[in-house]
Write a protein that binds this ligand. Structure first.
Ligand code: CA
Length: 245
């Protein structure tokens, strides 16, 4: 596995690169956002947010525009706002400095396990979906004087793609996992902890705001917030239009 390490602080980058290579990872080191964007991104990106030439958040956003490579942000403490924005911009996870090599390796494994296309999802049972791997959720067809053309939500686990109607929805790996989980049993309520355990890590103890950020991004990308219902004090569920009637 190839890691692109974007870190300008030599005293951090040096031991980090050394540690990663001890775990058998090939490390490409760059010290600026410009160099990072020139690519290649490898199999995973470790991104320091405080870079000399540009904001790490912008680097994250621009990588995400052209690649689905998993991104883990490396942040200083007290940068919570940055982390939230970073997750909104498509980063998959973050680690607050200082962190241990073991912690970093565990996050890298978790993120790449979740995002690797075609990898077996040991913890996520594949739903008995119709249409060969496509989960089909019938459209919202909101009732009114001029009913909207019904649109369907299709989640294809095999290719890790989702469509609303004819539009392919560009999702980050985490957003897809979140949607795929909710789509396993449309209408069923998934508790916040269930979602964090399955889409993030078992025993996830990070800020639960992370989940809200991803739900917000997912709603925005699906083009209609009604797709995902908040069940106050419990969790979330995928809207099932048929259950409305
Ligand atoms: Ca820095």
């Amino acid at each position: 596995m190839r890691v692109l390490l974007i870190e300008d602080d030599e005293s951090i980058a040096e031991p980090l690169a050394e540690g990663l290579s001890r775990y058998g990872l090939a490390v490409d080191r760059v010290a600026t956002g410009g160099a990072a964007l020139a690519g290649p991104f490898g199999d995973i990106v470790l991104l320091d947010l405080g870079l000399p030439d540009m904001d790490g958040i912008d680097v994250c956003r621009r990588i995400r525009q052209v690649s689905h490579v998993p991104i883990i942000m490396l942040t200083a403490r007290g940068e919570e706002a940055d982390r939230v924005v970073g997750l909104e911009m498509g980063a998959d996870d973050y680690l607050a400095k200082p962190f241990s090599m073991r912690e970093l390796i565990a996050r890298i494994r978790a993120v790449t396990r979740r995002t690797h296309v075609g990898a077996p999802h040991a913890t996520l049972p594949v739903p008995a979906a119709p249409q060969g791997g496509h989960l089909y959720v019938p459209g919202t067809g909101v009732a009114g004087p001029a009913p909207r053309r019904p649109e369907a939500l299709v989640v294809d686990r095999r290719t890790r793609q989702a469509w609303v109607g004819d539009d392919l929805v560009a999702l980050t790996p985490k957003e897809f996992d979140l949607l795929a989980l909710l789509a396993e049993d449309p209408g069923a309520v998934y508790s916040r902890q269930q979602i964090l355990d399955q889409v993030w890590d078992p025993h996830f103890h990070g800020p639960t705001k992370t989940l809200d950020v991803h739900v917000a991004a997912l709603r925005r990308k699906l083009g209609d917030p009604a797709w995902i219902h908040t069940v106050r004090g419990v969790g979330f569920r995928l809207f099932v239009p048929a259950s409305r009637g």
